[in-house]
Every structure is written in C-alpha cells, then in structure tokens.
Design a protein around this ligand. Structure first.
Ligand SMILES: [Zn+2]
Length: 130
C-alpha cells in the first residue's frame, strides 16, 4: 500500500465512479484514486479532468511562482533542433528493428545524426538558448 500514490486532482474524490467508492457496507465514501502510477501530468493525475482541476485551482500561482513569460520567445537556427527518426537504415534499406535517429533543424532543415541513447536522453540537446 505504501508504494501507491494519490491522484493530486483537487476534485478526484467528487467523481462518482465505482473504483472510487471505498469502505465497509455502512461507511462507504468516494475517495481520491490511489495507484502505483498515473498516465497524466508527470504521473500525478489519474485523468486529464483531474489535471485540469488542479490547474484551474493552482495554475496561476504556479506560473507566478516559477516565472510568467513577459516577452515572446524566438525560434532561431540555434534552438530549432528537434529529434526525429525514420525506419530507413541509412544504407537504402528498411528494418523494423533499426531506426535511423537524427536531429533536424526546423529553420534550415539541416539534419545531423543522433545515437539511440542521445535520442532517448531527454536532457541531451544541441540547441543553444531557449
Ligand atoms: Zn484523480
């Protein structure tokens, strides 16, 4: 039980679903969902609804806390690199188990090779600036 997480949705317990109804016969209550993992909001919410409820309640404060954007951001050649892959093995062939990973620049369309490990590493980037 201790490894289970609670949905962080502020109204999770107010949604009447059978799986939220807990307790003994005369003492049943709808309760916040508890799971080993969730699919939404970095594994904090049981549903998009619960994620939206949280944001409605706390979103403005969270944005103010971490810094509200006051100027538009600009996509330039230096920060336009996005990771992509295709099924071409790079030697004119095609293989279900062999993806060809690369960076592609959204502005210049230039491509640069990537390893699978670099592709999967969310912190790996060749972008400079935001
Ligand atoms: Zn929930």
């Amino acid at each position: 039980m201790s490894d289970l997480k609670l949905c962080q949705g502020t109204k999770c317990h107010t949604y009447h679903t059978q799986d939220r109804l807990k307790g003994s016969k005369d003492n049943k209550t709808y309760q916040t969902r508890r799971r080993s993992s969730f699919y939404y909001g970095n594994s904090n919410f049981c549903s998009v609804n619960c994620q939206n409820d949280w944001f409605y309640e706390y979103g403005n404060r969270a944005i103010d806390h971490f810094g509200r954007s006051t100027e538009p951001k600009h996509l330039t050649e230096q920060n336009a690199w996005v990771k992509d892959y295709n099924w071409d093995n790079g030697r004119g062939g095609y293989n279900d188990n062999e993806r060809n990973y690369f960076y592609v620049n959204g502005i210049t369309k230039e491509q640069r090779p990537l390893t699978e490990a670099q592709y999967n590493d969310r912190s790996y980037t060749i972008n400079t600036g935001e």
